[in-house]
Design a protein around this ligand. Sequence first.
Ligand code: AGP
Length: 613
Amino acid sequence: MCGIVGYAGSRQAAPVLLDGLEKLEYRGYDSAGVCVHNENGLEPVKAKGRLSVLRDRLEGGSALPGSVGIGHTRWATHGAPSDRNSHPHMSWTGKIAVVHNGIIENEARLREKMLRKGATFSSETDTEVVANLIGYYYEKYGDFVLAVREAVVRLEGSFALGILCKDVPGKIVAVKKDSPLIFGFGEGENFIASDVPAILKYTQTVAYLEDGDMAVFDGDSVEFFDSTGEPTEKKREKITWEMSAAERGGYDHFMMKEIYEQPKALRDTISPRLRNGQVTLEGIDLSAEYLKGLRKIYLVACGSAYYVSVLAKYIIEKTCRIACEAMMASEFRYCDPVVGKDNLVIFVSQSGETADTLAALREAKARGAQTLAIVNVVGSAIAKAADQVIYTWAGPEIAVATTKAFTTQLSVVYLLAMQMAKTLGTMSVGEYNALISGLESLPYDVERVLSQRHLERCQYLASRYHAHHDAFYIGRNVDSGICMEGSLKLKEIAYLHSEAYPAGELKHGPISLIEDGTLVVALATIEPLFDKTMANIKEVKARGADVLCVTLEGYEEQAEKIADSIIAVPKVHPLLQPSLSIIPLQLFSYYVALYRGCDVDKPRNLAKSVTVE
Ligand code: AGP
């Protein structure tokens, strides 16, 4: 969703802001803008569409003088994408400029109030209300920081704000609640941004702002204040990854780069947690007494992270014999869940800032449950709010369609399930050791699926099937979870209508949609269920479906007799098999998207981090 960036220093601000916004493009946006403080006062320039439109308008930034400024990429919530609704927004007094990520929930009431005070509005956005509110208090008190404080305490909802004042050249005020904001410390220059890649080119030293924190800064200094307005110190953290991690590095798309980063991401996530043949999840405290007292484990997340949760249900129930339920975070809060002290609630999130997942986490805590988060972004809101956190070490994931975050989340599920099973004594030594060696070789197995042979096969299958209008993914047990993820990949980047069902469910309704030439992607990677899935393939074949089957090496011949085309993956430990089965589906979706001429990394209407409910 929206991205914000701010710069104060001695360079020309506009090119730095444009650079930063480019690195935030992955968040998803439909318009962009900057505002710079220069000898003309506050100068905003905004444009609907891709960042390149704004870049052209600003001649790469060189057309806009000034060394202090704020920038924004907007994902429309209040009002359609347009130049007028783009940020930064000015107060009606012309003295305040604001960029905002988040949603102001009491916007309508505040708008009424400001209209009564004589303010005027030129956009439909909630952000203009913020600009006017600060503008109003600035007129009243004549103090920039005080005006921001007075306005912010009246805001309900989520916000990360970057603010300029015409009368206070050189200064930026930034404040946040429930939307991410980092501060970057430079030499004679300082930055704010929604995410690290926006400023990594200039500094690797950052501070993560907490809810209620305010930063008041220029190029030389910064003062931090906490939610009570008291001065506070922020811990400086060193970003350990290089800029290259957030660049395409020779690949045509981030998605392909990230697909190929999976072996490394898995190695980084798994290896440090395997010591002397044991799983060791440092800092995770789940005693036998606590686990034995659990009535149920909930797994709560959105999108692909929810599909990891669906798979986790199979994996944890199988290994730990504790009842599990996967729930979509957007539903969790509104279904009065039976959650309390005897529940562990696990939250899964790449970004760590998904609004529904964060809200569900707060709900679970309020109901007295223990919470554990599986998160990729260090220091993110979900990581901070959970009682315990296990990080996936996938590195920055830029493509909107998740790949390496998905497989590393799954690997953390394996580790967690094994640690809990060991504590509970629900897994035999033999089974435990088999899983340990399976996990050790998993990155190599993924490398095998990423071979040139598989790549070409997936490309060929995409060339064969890309013109279809509908696809149905079917599979049993963990294969059904992988079907959901494979189907989502195809929908989100290739805009091809696709649905996923447990294979046995198809004949209870959806099979009526199968007709001559309908594409069915069938997963048959679970040996004991192979024959059952083949029977389901025969049912759709009998109704004219064109079947692409993902199966295990060694089963090609049998599958080929029934399905129209096959792709086989190496056979590994059955619980780990989903980590391999998903890879051809990622590659297939990628190539289908290319054949259909889609923008793989920036699919329409989507945002990488969904920070609104
Ligand atoms: C996956 O490709 C999607 N981009 C989306 O479903 C994503 O997994 C979901 O929005 C959850 O995001 P999170 O992991 O950052 O919480």
